[in-house]
Structure formats: structure tokens, C-alpha cells
Ligand binder design. Sequence first.
Ligand code: FMN
Length: 378
Amino acid sequence: MVHQEVIPLMKPYKMGQFELSHRVVLAPLTRCRSYGNVPQPHAAVYYSQRTTRGGLLISEATGVSATAQGYPEAPGIWTQEQVEAWKPIVDAVHRKGGVFFCQIWHVGRVSNNGLQPDGQAPVSSTDKQITPDAESGMVYSKPRRLRTDEILGIVDDFRRAARNAIEAGFDGVEIHGAHGYLLEQFMKDSANDRDDEYGGSLENRCRFAVEVVDAVVREVGAHRVGVRLSPFADFIDCVDSDPMALGDYMVRQLNKHDGLLYCHMIEPRMVDPSQDAVDGRRQIPHRLLPFRNAFKGTFIAAGGYNKEEGNKMVADGYTDLVAYGRLFLANPDLPRRFELGAPLNKYNRSTFYTQDPVVGYTDYPFLDEETNDSNSHA
Ligand SMILES: Cc1cc2nc3c(=O)[nH]c(=O)nc-3n(C[C@H](O)[C@H](O)[C@H](O)COP(=O)(O)O)c2cc1C
């Protein structure tokens, strides 16, 4: 009998009440194909393609309210129509034995008046506008600073969205506290210039995020809640002068909830996983280790991982699970390819955020369908 060594990424793991059969997680990926902010039937194809029995999937970021939107055709979960539209998608994942979490977000000032109800200004911690991005051509409108008495209303939007996600059948929710969106606009000192109890000290800046976590945990239970954080990131004018203190403070707040399911953190630098390893940029720098050590629940790391780094980090105990974004986007059967050591499809950046229901979305080939064409590379 041939004995095949199981690679670390393919080892089972018990995350709370979920028996995961491996460690390869689908990272949340905005795909802009939910017309009118309503998830569409093609999403059931897309997500079920990426489902394995006992595999964890995290949905694309999903708006908690009409003011939460910043990308065209991104889904929401604040109306009954949206909840109903998610149900068959969640069902498709469950039928194949997957565990499916809904990532809930509010973009804050990463938006423009055209995407806001009645053409209003996007809301934020601040009225400082994001510097226009010459590369992407993105222009964000000048935001309106939320009044102190409005903030609890937004906390409540997160609570209701979490309730709706459970009603739609999701196994849990991931609160999006990363990448420069509303929670980070409060948490990070480059974007928070408030002088009320939501600004100033670290505790004050984290108050809104902590209130969101507390409200969501109260609503659906800590065993169904994960939180994504990126203390080291500097996206969209959101950067903190002391990321170690910020990450440490937030992990300690999460630990206050007994059984809070997972903490999902972004590596300091998002490298391109299709880059050659020769330049050494694929090496994970271990900077999340203090947070991993401090957090009591499951730890998920993401950002620039390939198979080798993922295996190494799981074997080292640096993380429990690894979330893959771009590689999973382009390889619907990524766990199987890792297991077999098979070549990977290349991702096509130009179709990341386009609206086609098939192209660049559900047409990346599975291993079995592959021909020897330019779609695959070693
Ligand atoms: C097309 C695209 C869409 C993304 N959308 C989201 C999102 O909705 N929510 C989120 O937290 N991160 C989002 N990200 C970040 C990914 O979840 C992931 O952290 C990032 O791609 C780094 O991982 P990778 O190197 O494995 O791709 C997105 C990334 C890409 C490329």
C-alpha cells in the first residue's frame, strides 16, 4: 500500500462546532455581479464550484444598509428580497457540505454620492475626503462626518444584517473590520479626527468596532462570529501610527466574548502570489504572531499566501487556517490542486470586478477540464 503524507493544509481542523476537513479557506472576494445589490443565481454556481465537503467559504463583502455601498452591483443583506436571494446560494454550498460565512460591511467614505441613497454624501468617522487614486481612476466623494447620536444606528444595521444572514441560512458572519472601510475609518488615527467618545484615544477609536462586535455577538452568538482585521494595512488613506497596539487592543476585546469563533487577519504586505518565489517576497514575515498567540479562538491568516507558505505556516502553528483570495478566485478546485500538487490557473485581474455572470467568474476551469492551453501554468 502506498502511504501518502497528508500536507498540513489538508489536515482536518475543528473550528468551534464546525468540523473542517482542511485548512484552505475561500477569502471574501467582492465580484460586483449582484445586480441592484441583489445576489443572483450565478453566485450559486460560483460559490458551489468553490465548495468542498467540510471546507470554509467566506462570502464577498455584503452591505448592511443602503448607505453601506461603495461598489457597483455589490450585494446587500438589509432587505427581505436580498435575504431571499441569498437562500438558494447558501443552499447550494450546504448541499455540497461546505461551511459558509457571510462577510458584512459598511464602506463608509469609500463611496460616492452616485452610489448613495438620494445622492447624499457617504458617511464616515470624518469629513476628510480620500485622495483620488490616479492608478485606478477612483474618485471618492467628500464624506459627511457621522454625528455621535447616529452611530448606534449603524451598529444596529450590523446587528440586523447578522440576523438576516442567519435567516438566509449562513452558518455565521464575518464582520469586516479591515482594509480602510468604515470600522477602520474609526479605528485608525489617520482617518479618525473626532473629538467625541469615538475619537482620540485608542479605546475611543475602537469603540465603534467593539460596539458592532458586541451587538452582533448578542444577536447571533459568539460561536457564529468571526472578525477580519488589518492593523498593518494602509489602503485608501487608512493607516495607524501604532498597528501593534491597535491589533493587540482589538484581540483583547474579542477575547472578552467567550467562544468568539475566529479572528481573521491580513498579513502586513499583500504580495502577488503569482510572483516568482526567487525574489523572496512570498515569505510570510510572521508579524501576526503576537495576535495569533493572544487570541483564544481560531486564527485565520490571509494575504499573499501560496501553497508552500500556507503549509509552512500551518505546520509551524503560526495560523490554524489560511484564506486564499486570488488563487481561489482563479482555481475553483484549489484545495484539490494543492493536495495533488497540480498546476494552477492564472487569475485575470481585468475581470475581477466586471459584471459578466460567467466570464472571469464561473469559467475558470477545473483540473479535469483542462487542456494544455495558455490558461494553466506551472
Ligand atoms: C477581486 C478581489 C476582491 C476582494 N474583495 C474583498 C472583500 O469583499 N472583502 C475583504 O475583506 N477582502 C477582499 N479582498 C481581499 C482578499 O480577501 C484577500 O485578503 C487578498 O486578496 C489577499 O489574499 P491573496 O493574496 O490570497 O489574494 C479582495 C481581493 C480581491 C483580489
